[in-house]
Design a protein around this ligand. Structure first.
Ligand code: KG4
Ligand code: ZN
Length: 342
């Protein structure tokens, strides 16, 4: 099987991006993402609107992925799709589409865990990608998840810690909202942070045992701080935007790096890989670079295209599962809460 040329069509629809990709073995031939702009008006993802947009997007996005890859659907070896975790209505669109297509083409169907895919995205073979060897620690940071995972092998993963409340992306987005920035505010905090002083203001860090995270207290701390300061000076935010953003970003990044340091000490594993939308953040990238130099970690950051939600990461898991003939029955249903290893 190893020498065979495998073509996988992958479908991702867990949140607010409709995506389809075609992989030839470990290489990406196409990776099309339709981002749903509609949610910006509401300051967050509206599940009902997300499902509807997936329904509209899925056929054109799949067509585009096949035509960009220059592949006819009859050449496909299998269909991989995101089974969960995610929004149920969104997942159902991708799941139903993948099942019908696999049945129509009479080829295997492969379910993929979205969080596992964020981690295994590192194994897409392409210039600029630097796959870690096993075992490694993965920090997955997105708008919906924050986890530290010990990865012993492709399908041998153990969650060492996760958030007890908000995800790190939410911490960025909710802080941005308090500052009056539009959704999703994470990238904007990053932009202003690069112009400000990270030590200008200090915020209380959550005290959470072990390798778990908590970000809801930080958000409340930021809110109270800004309420206090704007009472004294209504223009406080406008005058200090860069410093406030830099201080918020510095605090969030330090929380993540502290937990990673703990995980490295606990496991003795010094290879650290990040994934998920927040890996785009310049602060975490810089902090990892420093940790590489100071503590001798090897650090792995995927190309931006494979950090945010995309179907190519579903496709690489599809390929790895295909190698082991880990196929899925057509009776399968989507799973909104789908834990790695379940
Ligand atoms: O992985 P992703 O695209 O979607 C989810 O599965 O959630 O992650 C989106 C999250 C949002 O919260 C967004 O604000 C955050 O990633 N994000 C950032 C940056 N770029 C994206 N947060 C901080 N700094 C950035 N540069
Ligand atoms: Zn994601």
């Amino acid at each position: 099987m190893e020498n065979e040329t495998i073509y996988i069509l992958a479908i991702e629809s867990s949140c607010d991006d409709t995506s389809a990709a075609v992989l030839c073995n470990k290489k990406k031939l196409s990776n099309v993402v339709a981002t749903q702009k509609i949610h910006e008006e509401y300051g967050g993802v509206v599940p009902e609107l997300a499902s509807r947009a997936h329904q509209q997007n899925i056929v054109p996005v799949v067509h585009q992925a096949l035509s960009k890859a220059n592949i006819d659907k009859k050449q496909l070896s299998a269909i991989a799709f995101t089974r969960g975790p995610g929004l149920m209505g969104s997942l159902l669109v991708g799941t139903s589409f993948a099942k019908s297509l696999a049945m129509g083409l009479n080829i295997p169907l492969i379910e993929v865990n979205h969080m596992q895919a964020h981690i295994l995205a590192h194994f897409i073979e392409e210039d600029g990608m630097n796959a870690p060897s096993f075992p490694f620690l993965a920090l997955t940071i997105s708008g919906g998840h924050t986890q530290i995972v010990l990865v012993r092998d492709y399908f041998d993963m153990e969650i060492l810690g996760e958030t007890l409340d908000d995800a790190v992306g939410e911490a960025f987005d909710k802080s941005a909202k308090i500052l009056g920035l539009p959704y999703p505010g994470g990238p904007l905090i990053d932009k202003y942070a690069q112009l400000g002083n990270p030590k200008a203001f200090s915020f209380t860090r959550p005290r959470v045992e072990g390798l778990n995270f908590s970000f809801s207290g930080l958000k409340t701390g930021i809110l109270y701080f800004l309420q206090r300061e704007t009472k004294k000076d209504a223009a406080f935010i406008d005058k200090n935007r860069n410093d406030i953003c830099a201080s918020i970003q510095h605090t969030i990044v330090e929380i993540m790096i502290d937990k990673l340091k703990k995980a490295v000490t606990q496991t003795g594993v010094k290879r650290v890989a990040i994934g998920g939308g927040v890996s785009a953040n310049s602060g975490i990238r810089k902090a990892l670079e420093e940790a590489r130099e100071s503590y001798g970690w090897s650090t792995h950051i995927p190309k931006f295209e494979y950090c945010t939600d995309n179907a190519a990461m579903i496709g690489i898991v599809g390929y790895l599962k295909y190698q082991e003939a880990r196929f899925t029955s057509h009776e399968i249903t989507a799973m909104a809460r789908y834990v790695i290893g379940a």
